[in-house]
Write a protein that binds this ligand. Structure first.
Ligand code: NAD
Length: 485
C-alpha cells in the first residue's frame, strides 16, 4: 500500500510512479505552499537509481506501445482526458495550494486544458495522412515511426497544464514517457498519475519521477537510452539539457523564457490595450508569454498610462482561493528575493519606479505590481526576464523604432500589438522576432498551431503536427514501381 499525504482535504501521493506502481525513495524534499509557507508534503527525492528504474520501465514498455499504432493508443488518452475532466476541482484545489495560481482560473480553464491536450493529440495522431509522391520511377511515402522513450522536464508555473501539453503528443506519437515536474510544485502532476493508473495504461508507458533538477533531472537527461528530450524552463537549464542531448545525439525541444514586447500604437483602442496590459500582472507575472515590455507611441503614452493605472488600481492582491483576488503570491521566498533583486538593481541604476517596487504590505510572497521607466534600453530590467509582476514602459515615435525596440533583446517568445491598421498589423506581425504574435488579443491559442521561441526563447516547435513530428522518426519509404503487387 503506497503512502499518501493529506493536503487540505485531498490525499496526494508524494511518491514516484514507475512501471505502473507507486515507488518511494529513502530521501525526500519539502514542498511548501506559496500562500502561507505551510508544509504540504515531504516529496520523494529521486536519485540516479530512480532515473534508471523509470527509464528501464519506459524502454521495456516501448515496443508494445509503439506497435499499438495511433488508433490503438487513442482510447488510453481519451480515458485519461475523461478522468481529468471528472477531477478538475480536485486537481485545481491542490495546484492552488501548491503553486498559488487563482483557484477559479484553474477550475474554469487551466486544468481542463490538460484533458483537451490528451484528446486533441490522440485524434490528431489518428488523422495523420502520409505524404505520397512519385519520383524516379518509385513511390515515396513519409512514415512516422515512434522515436523511443522520451524524458519530459517541466517548470513550476502551471505544472499540470504544461506537463500534459508535452506528454500528450509524446504518448500519442507512440513514445513512452518519463515526466519530471519541478520541485517547487510537484503535487498536481502526482494526481495526474492517480488517473493514469485508473485509465489502465500498460505499466512503464507513462512514468513520474519527483526530485531535484540537478540530481534526478540530470540523471534522466544524460541516459543514453532516452531518444527525445522535451524541456520547458529557463535558458540556463536548457543549456545543461542541450549538452546532454548533444552528447547522446538526442533531439530536444526547449520552450524557454521571454521578454516579450507589448506594442501600442496611437490608432489603437486604448481602453482595450490598457486593460490587456494590466493583465500582464496575472499569476504575479509568472507567465512566460507575458508582454513585460510596454512600448507605447509617444503621443498617447499619458492617455495610455492613465487607463493602465486605473486598471491596475482595481486589482486585488490576496489569497488565490478567494473569488475577489486577482493577483496571487510568488511561488517561493527565493523567487520573491530574485524579483526584488531585479527591482532594487533597477532603482540603483537610476531607472524610474512608476508604481510598486516593493514587497506588498500583505507580507508573505506577495510583491506589488511594478512599472519601471528605464534610463536606457540596455538596463538589466529591460534585457532580462524577471518572471514576476514587473513591467517596463518605453516610448517610440516611428514604426521602425518600435520594431527595433521590440527586437532588441536576446529573447523571442511572443509579442503583442494593439493597432487598428491592418497593414501595420501584418508588417509588424512579420517583423517582430517571436514564436507567437498576437494582434489586439492575448493568450488565445489553437492547439494545432506551432508553439516555441526564437533567439534564447527556445529551440524547436511543439503544438499540433509539429509536436507529433518531433516525437517521431520520420522515414522515407521508397518502393520501385512495378516490383510489388
Ligand atoms: P528551471 O529551468 O529552473 O527548471 C525547470 C525544470 O528543470 C525543473 O523541473 C527543474 O527541476 C529542472 N532542472 C533544473 N536543472 C536541471 C538539470 N541540470 N537537468 C535536468 N533538469 C533540470 O525553470 P523554472 O524556474 O522551473 O521555470 C521558470 C522558467 O520557465 C522561466 O524562464 C519561464 O519563462 C520558463 N517557462 C517557459 C515556458 C514556455 O512555454 N516557453 C512556459 C513556462 C515557463
Amino acid at each position: 500500500m503506497s503512502q499518501r499525504v493529506e493536503v487540505h482535504g485531498h490525499t496526494v501521493s508524494p511518491e514516484h510512479y514507475i512501471d505502473g506502481q507507486r515507488v518511494g525513495s529513502a530521501s525526500t524534499f519539502e514542498d511548501r505552499s506559496p500562500i502561507d509557507g505551510s508544509l504540504l508534503a515531504e516529496v520523494c527525492r529521486g536519485d540516479a537509481a530512480t532515473a534508471d528504474a523509470a527509464i528501464s520501465a519506459a524502454v521495456r514498455a516501448f515496443p508494445a506501445w509503439a506497435a499499438l499504432g495511433p488508433e490503438g493508443r487513442a482510447p488510453y488518452l481519451h480515458r485519461l482526458a475523461d478522468l481529468i475532466d471528472k477531477h478538475v476541482d480536485h486537481i485545481a484545489e491542490v495546484e492552488c495550494w501548491d503553486m498559488a495560481m487563482l483557484e477559479r482560473s484553474l477550475k474554469a480553464r487551466v486544468i481542463g486544458r490538460g484533458a483537451r491536450n490528451f484528446r486533441a493529440y490522440a485524434d490528431l495522431a489518428c488523422e495523420y495522412t502520409e505524404r505520397v509522391w512519385e519520383s524516379n520511377g518509385t513511390t515515396n511515402r513519409v512514415v512516422r515511426n515512434p522515436s523511443g522513450p522520451a524524458v519530459v522536464i517541466t517548470p513550476w508555473n502551471a505544472p499540470f497544464m504544461l506537463s500534459t501539453w508535452k506528454c500528450a503528443p509524446a504518448l500519442a506519437a507512440g513514445c513512452t514517457v518519463v515526466l519530471k515536474p519541478a520541485e517547487w510544485s510537484p503535487l498536481s502532476c502526482s494526481l495526474l498519475f492517480d488517473l493514469v493508473d485508473k485509465a489502465d495504461f500498460p505499466p512503464g508507458v507513462f512514468n513520474l519521477v519527483q526530485g531535484i533538477g540537478e540530481e534526478v533531472g540530470a540523471a534522466l537527461t544524460t541516459d543514453r537510452r532516452v531518444r527525445r528530450l522535451s524541456f520547458t524552463g529557463s535558458p540556463e537549464t536548457a543549456r545543461h539539457i542541450g549538452r546532454a542531448g548533444a552528447e547522446n545525439i538526442v533531439p530536444f525541444t526547449a520552450e524557454l523564457g521571454g521578454k516579450n514586447p507589448f506594442l501600442v500604437f496611437a490608432d489603437a483602442d486604448l481602453d482595450a490595450a490598457a486593460a490587456k496590459a494590466a493583465l500582464q500582472y496575472d499569476d504575479a507575472g509568472q507567465v512566460c508569454l507575458s508582454g513585460t515590455r510596454l512600448l507605447v507611441e509617444e503621443s498617447v503614452v499619458d492617455a495610455f498610462l492613465e487607463r493602465f493605472h486605473r486598471n491596475v488600481d482595481a486589482q486585488v492582491l490576496g489569497d488565490p482561493h478567494d473569488e475577489t483576488t486577482t493577483i496571487s503570491p510568488l511561488i517561493h521566498p527565493d523567487h520573491l528575493a530574485r524579483v526584488a533583486g531585479f527591482v532594487d538593481r533597477a532603482r540603483a541604476n537610476g531607472d524610474e519606479i512608476l508604481r510598486g517596487g516593493k514587497v506588498s504590505d500583505l507580507g508573505g510572497n506577495w510583491y506589488e505590481q511594478t512599472l519601471i521607466r528605464p534610463t536606457s534600453n540596455d538596463s538589466e530590467i529591460v534585457q532580462h526576464e524577471v518572471f514576476g509582476p514587473v513591467l517596463t514602459i518605453q516610448t517610440f515615435t516611428t514604426e521602425e523604432e518600435a520594431v527595433a525596440l521590440a527586437n532588441s533583446t536576446e529573447y523571442g517568445l511572443s509579442g503583442i500589438l494593439f493597432t487598428a491598421d491592418a497593414e501595420r498589423a501584418d508588417r509588424i506581425g512579420r517583423a517582430v522576432r517571436a514564436g507567437t504574435f498576437w494582434v489586439n488579443c492575448f493568450l488565445v491559442r489553437d492547439l494545432t498551431a506551432p508553439f516555441g521561441g526564437a533567439g534564447i526563447s527556445g529551440i524547436g516547435r511543439e503544438g499540433g503536427d509539429y509536436a507529433l513530428d518531433f516525437y517521431s522518426d520520420l522515414k522515407t519509404l521508397q518502393i520501385l514501381d512495378g516490383t510489388v503487387s
